[in-house]
Write a protein that binds this ligand. Sequence first.
Ligand code: FO1
Length: 340
Amino acid sequence: MKITVLAGGVGGAKFLRGLRQHLRQALPDGAGGTTAEVTVVVNTGDDLWLTGLRVCPDLDSIMYTLGGGNDEVRGWGRLGESERVSAELTAYGVGWPWFTLGDLDLGTHITRSHLLREGRTLSEATAEVTARWNLGVTLVPMSDQPVETHVVVADASSDTGTRTMHFEEWWVRYRASLPALRFEQHGLESAVAAPGVVDAILGADVVLVAPSNPVVSIGTILPVPGIRTALQQTGAPVVGVSPIISGSPVRGMAKACLDAIGVEVAADAVAHLYGSREVSGSAGRGILDAWLVDQSDEALVAGIEAAGIRVSVVPLWMTTVDTSAALAAAALDAAGTLTR
Ligand code: FO1
């Protein structure tokens, strides 16, 4: 069975850990793994060059989480991290003092940057870097070309009245506290889906949209040329998991992002944002066949189904790997495939 997942950082990583556990139980390969093939199309909008290194936050967040090296308390970066090199970078006045590159994390950034400088594509570098972690799934960047998310904020002191910054500056330095006027995807016009991404969507038995940030994770994957069309054309059911539970984002600062694009922070609003594959809405045909919402959002079901999207009401809180596995199982059930 082939499953393709669109995912961003922290929410996506937790969901994928649950999916992998469920598949190991539901489709065991007899050696502790699964016979299912999972391909994860990962957002690279957060990526940036920093002190000469290419940093890929969402790829690394998923890799560390599935590889068991993630700092679950902090939510990002490596377990048992130290910051000796980072202190030196700050002493030299380079890099971003508010964006910490830990010593172990730097091992990843140095390796990836080395491979890129040797001429590997981001996909090739990702295959080599992830091989060490035995993830049990294949991570593929949404594009081999850089498509960085930049945030435009109001700035009375500038002659244009606005200022633009990299997403990570807005997210980490300012904690998304500066109201975003809009998000820009720099490089989108010269980017294409990474090799294998379109085929992974067209050839899947099921496509899942992880409960990642709908604006700066899923919302930055969909515009990559080829991806939205593949989602609309695939014979596989496309099932999404709401990243919003009873009007509040599960993780991160999705509210600041949804506010910026004028979308309500609600499970139905995000379903409408993604749209139904059957029904053409204001933005043309959408990408969803089904949508998972939490029991606390039961009241929203009728409106979502009226928009041509089937709804499953299931517990969405991913507090443990087991609850994440149950959520992943429910998503596959909604796709009408795996039986428990
Ligand atoms: N998040 C923070 O809140 N503070 C940091 O200093 C920080 C550093 C960092 C370095 C590498 C990396 O891959 C991620 C890092 N993050 C940090 C997390 C990052 O903001 C998030 O993983 C995503 O970009 C948001 O989805």
